[in-house]
Each structure stands twice: as structure tokens, then as C-alpha cells.
Design a protein around this ligand. Structure first.
Ligand code: UD1
Ligand code: CA
Length: 458
């Protein structure tokens, strides 16, 4: 049977007081993405007709963060409970559809568990529950001796007997809209907290003869909400551990899965090796046989097959060609595009530099706003002087050029094909192809019998 149309309601109006932050709780990040972004990602994977987010505190910032998503935003100005929150979404629910309720502060929410609930919720109320040895604070799943779920009792309203129950409500549930809208209209706030509890729909369902099922998930992390910075740190670690496991399942070698941080999306080819303490941000692609040394920070980069990134290298918004060797201690800044088999060595900074295949910048150089041809050798300490304090200019270095150490190339300037620049030159005019160009102090002087200064007595 085909699944009915799906509406997803994400509850995200809570203040998050215990975060002690000016940032709305659901905008704090796990794995480089907002907590709510993880929930929305899960929701989208379920192919819903509508995603409705109930927001409150910090609403505008939350909405702006997801301006590119197709979301129905519903403001819950006063937070009168989870039932009240879903009531605010009721006008947008499709009569023939089913609804899945998710919580905006549970980033590791599991798509398969949601699918499971939805498969049950064609004619039932399906609840996701879990067993919590210390269930304090949670709504308890009350079952009859038959095992059938009869109610959810909130901790503050629970009797001593109910408080012994360790099966608790995760807050995620699914049901047909026809019943949901009816139940919502019957909620009252006659309870210890004076709130409209969504969980009261369980007893209403039982009264009206709708079957209720609670599915116990063994994966507590996938239902854990974030309420504090300590929760955030624990979830972050769990997320990272799971990301590392997935990478290893795909064949990536991680020297230590506990010392990897992926804050975005990391796509790896075959036989990729990543050493310890690397941070990947944004979208990073590593081609087949790429190796990343320890302590690298790599953001929005495409590193192609066979490239070796040595320790302590920073790469951002850049591309590295096949079989290139980068680092240790190299910095590739935005706009850098390296073709195949380039070598970028220690303490070299490249910015907006296009370097063609086989070229080398091995030591202590700054190459910015530059176009470098094939098989160029840029000697130690070379600087492209691209900035006059007001404007930036380009340096062009053509194929097979050789730049002697400690040269300054004052842009705009072109070094012709096969040109050689003598070490220590300050080049202000274009250097012709296939010739030696140098620009140093006119003569080399020697002072014979020169005495070094001596330290003066105090
Ligand atoms: C709720 C459940 C409880 C469950 C627990 C799991 C109810 C009455 N209780 O309890 O059974 O064990 O979650 O964590 O549903 N929210 C709103 N608007 C509101 C109130 C809450 O949007 O007016 C949102 C919060 O932002 C949060 C979620 O709903 O994402 C749950 O709210 P919370 O206050 O944490 O619920 P609990 O009382 O802990
Ligand atoms: Ca809670």
C-alpha cells in the first residue's frame, strides 16, 4: 500500500534557557550544521508534502537561517505546551494526510525510525519510546497488562507507581490527521504544569478506539535532545564518532577515529588515509589515494587523486590537482587552483593563484593573485607583491620560468616563458622569455679588516 501524504511538524519554540546563550537553541551547531538543520534534513529525506516548523524564541533569526528551505513557519508566541504547539500547526495540516511530529532539538534523529513510525501510523497512533534507567523528567509510557499502550503520564503528574516505569516518550510520534485534529481540539491544561500536553492524545486515542503502538528504539542518542552546552558537546562527539564509522565502512583509513572532526560533508574516494587531528569543514572531496597528514584544517576543497597533504596544512576554497604534494605547513587560501603534480612546500601561502602542472613553490613564499604556468620553479622566499596598499594586481609567470630565491615580483608583471630571474631580484618590469633578468645592488662590496661590533660594558 502506498504511504499517504505526509505532513511533518517540527517543534522548535522552546527557549533553551539552559544554553545560556543569545543564539536560539536550535541554531547551535552539531557537525558544523545547526541542530534544526539536521532535523530538517531528516524530514526532507521522508519526502513530505509540508514541513511545518513551530518557532518562538529568536524566531526571525531561525527563519532567516533557513530562508532557502520550503518551510511553513508557525509562530507560537506563548509556549503553552507541546499540544498547544501542534495546535498552532493544525490549520496547515492536510485532511487526508498523516503527521509526523519531530523535535527541533534532537539532531541525531533517525530517518529509518521515522519511516517505521509512519508505516504504523496509517491507522494508528505510533509513538517512539526508549528505555531510560533514570527516567526522571520524561513522560512515562503506560501499558496495560496486555502490553497495549493506554496513556503517557508526564513525570510531574505521575504517581509513584508510574514513576517506576522506565519506558519513556521521546516526543516523536505519527498519526493520521483526521484523528489528530480531533484530539487536538479536545486537549485541556488540567495538569501539574498547566500546559496543553501533546501526550494527552494517547488517552484520547484509546478512548476513541484508535490503536496506539509504542516502538522502543535501542538508540538513545537518536532521540536525545539538547538542553545544555554539555549535551551539545556529548552529541557532537557522538555525531563525530558515527561520521568516522561511516567513513571507515566506506573504506577510508582513519589513524584514530576519535581524532577526526567533520563539520560539513566529507566525500572520499577509495584508499583515502587521514591521520589524526584533522578538521574538515563545508564541502570537502578527497579523491582516490589521497593522504592527509596530522593536524590539517581543510574547508570547501577538492583534493584530487593521489595528492598528499603533509601535516599542519590549511586549505580553504581551493582545488589541488592529481598527485600534488602540499605542506607541511602550507596555506592554500581562497581561489587557489593547483593542477596536477604541483609541489607546495613549507611556509608557503597561496591566494587566488592558479598554478599549472608540474610547478613547484617549495619554501617560504607568498604567491597571490598569480597565474603560474607549467613546470615553473619558484625559489625560496619569493614574494608576489600584489598589493600597493590600495589595489591588487596580477603576476603572470609563464611555463618553465625559474624564479631565483628571495625575489620580489612587483605586480602587475609578467615573467616570460623559460625566463630566469636571478636570486635577490626586485622585478618591476616584464621579464622577457628565455633570458636571465636580474636587478640587484650595482656592485658587491667587500670591506677588508672590518671589525664586528663588541658588547659595551655597563
Ligand atoms: C516532552 C514530552 C515528554 C517527553 C519529553 C522528551 C509532552 C507534554 N511531554 O516533555 O513526554 O518524554 O518531551 O524530551 O509533550 N515545545 C514547543 N512549544 C511548547 C513546548 C515545547 O515548541 O509550548 C517544543 C520544545 O522546543 C522542544 C519540545 O517541544 O523541542 C519538547 O519540549 P520540552 O519542554 O522539552 O518537553 P518536556 O516537558 O521535556
Ligand atoms: Ca525536554
Amino acid at each position: 500500500m502506498a504511504q499517504p501524504t505526509l505532513n511533518i511538524v517540527i517543534l522548535a519554540a522552546g527557549k533553551g534557557t539552559r544554553m545560556h546563550s543569545n543564539t536560539p537553541k536550535v541554531l547551535h551547531q552539531v557537525g558544523g550544521k545547526a541542530i534544526l538543520a539536521h532535523v530538517i534534513e531528516c524530514a526532507k529525506a521522508l519526502n513530505p508534502k509540508k514541513i511545518i516548523v513551530v518557532y518562538g524564541y529568536g524566531g526571525e533569526t531561525v527563519r532567516e537561517t533557513f530562508a532557502n528551505e520550503t518551510i511553513i513557519w508557525v509562530n507560537q508566541a506563548e509556549q503553552l505546551g507541546t499540544g498547544h504547539a501542534v495546535q498552532q500547526a493544525a490549520p496547515y495540516l492536510d485532511a487526508e494526510a498523516q503527521t509526523l511530529v519531530l523535535l527541533g532539538d534532537v539532531p541525531l534523529v533517525d530517518v529509518d525510525a521515522c519511516r517505521n513510525l509512519l508505516a504504523q501510523a496509517t491507522d494508528k497512533l505510533a509513538i517512539l519510546s526508549f528505555n531510560k534507567p533514570d527516567p526522571t523528567g520524561y513522560g512515562r509510557i503506560v501499558r496495560a497488562t496486555s502490553g497495549n499502550v493506554t496513556a503517557i503520564v508526564e513525570h510531574k503528574d505521575a504517581t509513584e507507581t508510574h514513576r517506576q516505569i522506565i519506558e519513556v516518550n521521546t516526543g516523536m510520534m505519527a498519526m493520521p490527521n483526521a484523528q489528530l485534529t480531533q484530539w487536538l481540539s479536545q486537549l485541556t491544561n488540567n495538569n501539574a504544569q498547566g500546559e496543553y500536553y501533546l501526550t494527552d492524545i494517547v488517552a484520547l486515542a484509546v478512548q476513541q478506539g484508535t490503536k496506539v503502538v509504542a516502538e522502543i528504539t535501542p538508540d538513545e542518542w537518536s532521540v536525545t535532545g539538547i538542553n545544555s552546552k554539555s549535551d551539545l558537546a556529548q552529541i557532537e562527539r557522538t555525531y563525530q564518532t558515527r561520521t568516522a564509522q561511516k567513513l571507515m565502512q566506506q573504506g577510508v583509513t582513519l589513524k584514530d577515529p576519535a581524532r577526526l572532526d567533520v563539520r560539513g560533508n566529507l566525500n572520499c574516494g577509495r584508499d583515502v588515509e587521514i591521520d589524526v587531528n584533522c578538521v574538515f569543514e563545508g564541502n570537502v572531496t578527497l579523491g582516490d589515494y589521497v593522504t592527509i597528514g596530522p593536524n590539517c584544517v581543510i574547508k570547501n576543497a577538492n583534493i584530487k587523486a593521489g595528492a598528499k597533504i603533509a601535516p599542519f596544512t590549511h586549505i580553504e576554497d581551493a582545488e589541488v590537482g592529481d598527485n600534488s604534494r602540499i605542506g607541511p605547513y602550507a596555506r592554500l587560501r581562497p581561489g587557489t587552483v593547483l593542477q596536477n603534480e604541483t609541489h607546495i612546500g613549507n611556509f608557503v601561502e597561496l591566494k587566488n593563484a592558479q598554478v599549472d602542472s608540474g610547478s613547484k613553490v617549495n619554501h617560504l613564499s607568498y604567491v597571490g593573485d598569480a597565474v603560474v604556468g607549467k613546470n615553473v620553479n619558484i625559489g625560496a622566499g619569493t614574494i608576489t607583491c600584489n598589493y600597493d596598499g590600495a589595489n591588487k594586481f596580477q603576476t603572470v609567470i609563464e611555463d618553465n620560468a625559474f624564479i631565483g630565491s628571495d625575489s620580489q615580483l612587483i605586480a602587475p608583471v609578467t615573467i616570460g616563458k623559460g625566463a630566469t630571474i636571478a636570486a635577490g631580484s626586485t622585478i618591476t618590469k616584464n621579464a622577457p622569455a628565455d633570458a636571465l633578468t636580474f636587478c640587484r645592488a650595482k656592485e658587491q662590496k667587500t670591506i677588508l679588516g672590518w671589525q664586528r661590533p663588541v658588547k659595551q660594558k655597563k
